[in-house]
Design a protein around this ligand. Structure first.
Ligand code: F6P
Length: 320
């Protein structure tokens, strides 16, 4: 193997740059040429790429986002786009591809693998909804971003006896809302995986107010409802002055946490080593502290990662 390529695809997340850097450095250390493909699969279809050096990845480790840029590529969902992507890789002399992204990107990677390209996928998505990995890249940084925002919010909420409803991302997965809810001491975390009772929540909020508590925080995952919808329901029932915060894309950016930088380094190096070991059609994952490789077809056909029952039990015991 002489030349490999790396791309970032789908929604960006913090740690992608660190993973690209690890791939480039590990590739060069092993005597490979490394090509960086811009704008994900779209750049592959449009042949937008450049040869990477250690200088290309210098100063990128601590930066959020992805300097190769990313895209959600509709063409990659159709046969002509998939064929062109595979042909372009061969035309570029690329013998192994590393795809950094979420489950949609991994489906694109699996298609290329079925077309005979050696592919290794790295799970990167703040949603933490990818199976066969305890953590995806970017999750830890997103959680820290949420905690920072909620800690600030609590200061102002306490000054006005206010209830805040905070909306997190995550699509249909409640991981971010649940874990941040536990870690920031929220009163509730409303997640798609569990039912909630708005009357019970309102009674609880009223009791807290009567006890003299000066703030209440309710985390809501975007897959449940909007923060505005929950705030309106509270206002209608008990008339509390309720404010909202929609965290949105703020969660995805910023300097990666130490955990994400280390995970990115481990994933990036393992991806290159897997290609060199002629492992193909695999998705890397973190399992009980170790890096594992799961068959990519299995990974993309196994559905979403469920929330760990222990985490749900922990939240329940803490009264969230
Ligand atoms: O999958 C990552 C994610 O940030 C989700 O949590 C969110 O629903 C979605 O992407 C937002 O997508 P976009 O960046 O296209 O608005």
């Amino acid at each position: 193997m002489k030349r490999i390529a790396v791309l970032t695809s789908g929604g960006d997340c913090s740690g992608m740059n660190a993973a690209i850097r690890a791939v480039v450095r590990a590739g060069l250390t092993n005597g490979l040429e490394v090509v960086g493909i811009q704008k994900g699969f779209q750049g592959l279809i449009d042949r937008q790429y450049e040869l990477m050096t250690t200088k290309s990845v210098s100063g990128k480790l601590q930066r959020g986002g992805t300097f190769l840029q990313s895209a959600r590529c509709l063409e990659m969902m159709e046969e002509p786009g998939q064929r062109l992507a595979a042909e372009n890789l061969k035309g570029m002399g690329v013998e192994g591809l590393i795809v950094i992204g979420g489950d949609g990107s991994h489906r694109g990677a699996a298609v290329l693998s079925q077309r005979g390209i050696s592919v290794i996928a790295i799970p990167a998505s703040i949603d933490n909804d990818i199976k066969f990995t305890d953590m995806s890249l970017g999750v830890d940084t997103a959680l820290n971003n949420i905690l920072h925002a909620v800690d600030c919010l609590k200061d102002t909420a306490s000054s006005h006896d206010r209830t805040f409803v905070v909306e997190t991302m995550g699509r249909n997965c409640g991981y971010l809302a649940l874990v941040s809810g536990i870690a920031c001491g929220a009163e509730y975390a409303l997640i798609p995986e569990s039912a909630y009772d708005i009357d019970k929540i309102c009674n609880h909020l009223r009791r807290r107010y009567q006890e003299g508590r000066d703030n209440s925080i309710i985390m809501v995952a975007e897959g449940v409802a909007t923060a505005q919808n929950i705030a309106d329901q509270i206002k209608d029932r008990i008339g509390f002055e309720t404010r909202i915060m929609v965290l949105g894309h703020y969660q995805r950016g910023g300097s990666p946490s130490c955990f994400d930088r280390l995970l990115a380094a481990r994933f990036g190096v393992s991806a290159v080593e897997s290609l060199l070991a002629k492992e193909s059609g695999g998705m890397l994952g973190l399992s009980c502290g170790s890096i594992i490789l799961t068959d990519l077809d299995k990974a993309v056909s196994s559905g979403r990662r469920p929330i760990d029952d222990n985490l749900l039990a922990l939240a329940a015991t803490l009264g969230i």
